[in-house]
Design a protein around this ligand. Structure first.
Ligand SMILES: C[S@@+](CC[C@H](N)C(=O)[O-])C[C@H]1O[C@@H](n2cnc3c(N)ncnc32)[C@H](O)[C@@H]1O
Length: 227
């Protein structure tokens, strides 16, 4: 997605942790000469949204080591800050916005609201953990991307929800977005207010989740869809 988004601008990553996705994005940026990857994370682990990751230690040293090992440190403009701090004074156009930071509804909604004004036509927005039990990614994907005629083609690849910003003709994909919205929307009630579904509710959540199309798309077909 980062390589093929047909737009000029910055690749922005919100939420880097130890740099796994940063390295992926920076490798792509280096290979295709796409300019720097801007990565923002306070690296103040453990964050409430990171259960399973929470070692109690800052992720900053590991993040830097990951970049060095992959040889991409010069391609990454790292900001040890919250996304809201970076947004203050941000003016650069964005071609790929990767949201994987604060997974609460308030946090994920703030991230799209703060950086949406800087998306260039043709840019891709992608959110991690849409099919996980966090409230933020699934609600923002459904309510801000799938419900909006400013976005065109959209889909899921595993738990990554993506949509292309097409303010001039996004309405042409309305029916496809609405079909996906109906299936994704059923999950929201299970995770609303940050509640983790348990027992029978969890089983029902998993059943509905299985009905959301999320297979990896054929790469060539995907490029045609967003071109
Ligand atoms: C799920 S991890 C990111 C994983 C990473 N993208 C990867 O591929 O390994 C979430 C990260 O978001 C960061 N984070 C939480 N709130 C944030 C915010 N408001 N702005 C930027 N980063 C935030 C946390 O510090 C944490 O490192």
């Amino acid at each position: 997605m980062a390589a093929c988004a047909p737009a000029q601008g910055i690749i922005l990553e919100i939420g880097s942790f130890k740099g796994k996705s940063t390295v992926g994005l920076a490798s792509i940026a280096q290979r295709f000469d796409l300019g720097p990857v801007v990565a923002v994370d306070p690296h103040s682990a453990p964050a409430v949204t990171d259960f399973g990751h929470g070692s109690g230690q800052s992720s900053w040293d590991d993040f830097q080591a990951s970049l060095r090992t992959a040889g991409v440190e010069r391609t990454v403009e790292a900001h040890r800050a919250y996304s809201s701090d970076l947004a203050r004074g941000w003016t650069r156009p964005i071609r790929f916005l990767w949201i994987d930071g604060d997974h609460t509804y308030r946090g994920a909604k703030a991230d799209i609201d703060l950086f949406r004004p800087h998306l260039v036509s043709g840019a891709i927005v992608a959110l991690h953990d849409v099919l996980h039990t966090f409230e933020g990614p699934v609600r923002v994907f459904a309510e801000e991307l799938l419900d909006s005629n400013e976005f065109g083609p959209a889909g899921l690849c595993g738990s990554i929800g993506w949509a292309q910003y097409r303010p001039s003709d996004g309405g042409a994909w309305r029916d496809q977005r609405c079909a996906l919205r109906r299936r994704v929307g059923r999950l929201i009630a299970f995770v609303k207010d940050g509640r983790e579904p348990k027992g029978f509710r969890k089983l029902r959540f998993k059943l509905w989740r299985g009905l959301v199309p999320h297979a990896a798309p054929d790469a060539a077909a995907w490029v045609r869809a967003v071109s």
